[in-house]
Design a protein around this ligand. Structure first.
Ligand code: GDG
Length: 475
């Protein structure tokens, strides 16, 4: 009898494939999830199943990719351009993403895309089944692109342990009700034994949807589904604290941070890093920055807003419009307030290596996060982890999941331009002793509840639930 295996499943595999000089190159991802789960999927016979982020040109290329990925314990689910359009761009990003971020008017309900979403979830389930699982194995499904998968796996394996983690918010049940296929989505998740979210509110919204939409009875945070107990719980995700802390301490990064500060003439350095997304409040932040320059003219030439926006989903119409609007506003603010000696905003629509990100975190006097909705927001935690040696202040949206943990940040409502402006002003004026006191508390939290801790407590709980279910069945 073989040992127990763990199978991680997410939309994207933790690797990037590039075709250069007619050869395929495999670049491992440095993302937080990949680091946190690295110790899991790289061990023994464990695997990670997902889309490799690449559409092969031939069957022969598929075979090469499959073999190369197998060496890394990765199993690819190949998707066609049509599947990607319907499942990823269409259903995941034009229905689930806007609804789960409370943007009802952005949703585009298209039945064909829903069918493709179902078909792709089935394709993932088929690929999982080919892995020769047994009932002792453990499965961890990640995120909203795969909401139907837990139940598709459950139909084939009665007793197997299945966990699901949702990285984005879960909206109030009346918002969720807008989706025509909401019952199937909830039933899909209920195939799992443990359904986890970043915040208490998200888990409560999910439980409310189960009772108000499907009429399921709940006992505390436990649902009874076909004789099985299913738990909805809260596991706020952490970051790889050690990595960001070590980078921030390294001489190379400190030198680079110093160069950045000198380049911007030691002005007060406000940093924003986000993917291009309407949930991140980028427009609101630009309005607040303009308002700061207008209301406090003495701040002009004393500050710089360094804004890194990482390209994302820019074939979806709302994202394209957002990008145009950002271009327009940055142009407007720089043209109206800029001088020969000073450009108020340094804006980059690009992606930088992690070392450059780390140098920016070290250099920044203020990190400004203005999400209108955010499951967690890891950028603010990465900033905190980079601030053991240098001063800095975090201005954080109270509508990002991280606000429930980072209570010493200056918290603002991102829908209020006045609150963002005043939060920013307070951060810029904060005495160093207060900066250190507040940052120390935040560092302690981010260090303790890091990504490895998150993975550990999630699996511990999944095992505890399995034991509980076995005892329940024996009764
Ligand atoms: C979703 C949820 C939740 C950014 N620019 C570059 C770069 N990054 C990295 C950051 C950070 C990550 O991307 C962004 O994570 P966030 O959490 O801020 O946001 P989402 O991408 O929307 O993530 C979110 C998260 O899932 C986890 O559950 O917190 O709420 O929306 O790690 O460092 N990395 C590199 N270059 C860049 O230019 N290398």
């Amino acid at each position: 009898m073989r040992n127990k295996r763990t199978i991680i499943i997410s939309n994207r595999l933790p690797v990037r494939i590039e075709r250069r000089d007619q050869e395929l190159h495999f670049i491992p991802s440095e993302g937080g999830l990949a680091t946190g789960l690295g110790s899991v999927y790289q061990q023994d016979d464990n695997i990670w199943v997902g889309w490799p982020g690449f559409v092969p040109e031939s069957e022969e290329e598929k075979l090469i990719i499959r073999e190369r990925l197998a060496e890394l314990n990765l199993v690819p689910v190949f998707l066609t351009e049509e599947e990607l359009m319907g499942y990823y761009e269409g259903f995941s990003n034009e229905v689930l993403w806007p609804i789960f971020h409370y943007r009802l008017s952005y949703a585009v309900y298209n039945t064909d895309n829903w069918h493709i979403y179902k078909q792709v979830n089935q394709k993932f389930a088929d690929r999982v089944q080919e892995q020769d699982l047994n009932e002792k194995d453990e499965i961890w499904v990640h995120d909203y692109q795969l909401m139907l998968l837990p139940n598709l796996i459950r139909q084939r394996y009665d007793r197997i342990s299945i966990g699901y983690f949702q990285h984005i918010p879960f909206p109030p049940d009346e918002v969720f009700r807008s989706i025509p296929w909401r019952d199937e989505l909830i039933n899909g998740l209920l195939g799992a034994d443990l359904i986890a979210f970043h915040t208490y509110n998200d888990s409560q919204h999910f439980l409310n949807a189960c009772t108000h939409i499907l009429g399921l009875p709940i006992h505390n945070n436990c649902l009874h589904v076909g004789g099985r107990s299913v738990f909805a719980e809260v596991y706020p995700m952490g970051i790889d604290f050690e990595k960001f802390s070590q980078l921030a301490h390294s001489q190379a990064i400190r030198t680079r941070a110093q160069q950045i500060r000198e380049f911007y003439m030691d002005r007060k350095f406000i940093l924003c890093i986000d993917r291009l997304d309407y949930s991140k409040g980028i427009i609101e932040r630009l309005e607040a920055y303009e308002s700061l320059l207008k209301e406090y003219p003495e701040m002009r030439e004393k500050v710089i807003l360094y804004m890194l926006v990482v390209p994302s989903r820019d074939t979806v119409p709302q994202y394209k419009m957002l990008r145009d609007e950002i271009d327009r506003m940055v142009g407007h603010i720089n043209a109206v307030y800029g001088t020969n000696e000073w450009i108020p905003i340094a804006y980059f629509y690009n992606s930088f290596p992690i070392e450059e990100l780390s140098a920016l975190y070290v250099a920044a006097d203020v990190c400004l996060v203005t999400s209108i909705r955010d499951g967690m927001n890891l950028v603010c935690k990465e900033y905190v982890a980079s601030k053991e040696e240098t001063d800095g202040v975090l201005v954080l949206s109270e509508l990002a999941g991280a606000s429930k943990e980072l209570l010493e940040a200056i918290q603002v409502n991102p829908n209020s331009i006045d609150q963002i402006r005043e939060g920013l002003k307070a951060a810029l004026d904060m005495p160093p002793s207060e900066q250190r006191r507040r940052m120390k508390d935040s560092i302690d939290i981010v260090r303790k509840f890091n990504v490895r801790h998150w993975v550990k407590i999630f699996f511990n709980r999944l095992r505890e639930i399995k034991t509980f279910q076995k005892q329940e069945m024996a009764r």
